[in-house]
Design a protein around this ligand. Sequence first.
Ligand SMILES: *Cc1c(COP(=O)(O)O)cnc(C)c1O
Length: 367
Amino acid sequence: MPPEAIPVNSLSRHIEPLKDALAAAATEVVGSGYFVLGPNVRSFESAFANYCGVEHCISVANGTDALELSLRSLGISTGDRVAVVANAAMYGTSAALACGAEPVFIDVLAETATMDPAKLEAAFGLGVIKAVIVTHLYGQLAAIKSIAALCRSHGAGLIEDCAQAHGARNSGGLAGSFGDIASFSFYPTKNLGALGDGGAVVTRREDLAERVRMLRQYGWTQKYTNGLAGGRNSRLDEIQASMLLLMLPHLDQWNERRREVALRYSSGIKNPKIRVNQSSGASYVAHLYVLRSEARSALQQHLASLGIQTDIHYPIPDHRQPCHGGRYADLELPVTELDCTEVITLPCFPELTDVEVDRVIEACNSF
Ligand SMILES: *Cc1c(COP(=O)(O)O)cnc(C)c1O
């Protein structure tokens, strides 16, 4: 009999220990009569701002809205140039395009796959960049200190995309506390995930917080007065907020286990055809554990034959996506483009057992 398959992620295993508590919280909301922007939303916003170490959290409908409303709160509109990376499934790029802005693609560092500060500095020299979206990819904090310093000296707004980095930290603070404003997603597979869609913006700046609060509710400056352009309906509901409130106290311990799994992979996988992930420590919350191999598809097939599921994050860089119609055909981002052909994601979630992790390691070593 073939061994049981090991999934890339398992939400049923993740949710199982909390199932009764989550169901009870949902039942309470059902009986409460408050379903949108009520007491659970307020409690969660306050708890999450506190967790991130910033003054304000404004919940929204999803992580993509969080990015777009962050850009809009900084005044980004038609024709503005916004620096983004191109290796994270179009999230930042889509948000910039939705504002009518022009994405300026910045290549990444080979070691961490996060924005290369030297490339950003070069881009600042070529024209005005009004905002920068830095993505803490795979759960790894980007070179945030250098990037924040560059943004300050060039007067650009800094947005941190923290959708993969809830709880990642360095000596200066947590993901989301370094820039002007930060976006989070609570999509179910994220390190902190709801049982449906959800997102949030966090910021220390009262002016930006106030604007996002208006933008998520039609742009109302007061009820039925649409004082702010670019608004929409983007709200977190009470049931999801109650789920997130219950899960937030577990986040650090889940991240700790993710990191343990990642470290086990990094020290156990020894194969000249595979390069292991280099991230470790508190600045990495192991949202995804990513290997590189020039023989990626053969490796993927080998692992599949041993019952090990893998995924590719991400196969097509933003500037090569068909939606642009060849607009960026002449643009080259060598590190990003090579990475897209080599990255492969291993199973990594808090409930993965050591036995499973060892099976994945052996399978990689027998490739
Ligand atoms: C998931 C994700 C998003 C988008 O979040 P949604 O809630 O799915 O809209 C944005 N950025 C990154 C880096 C993500 O991983």
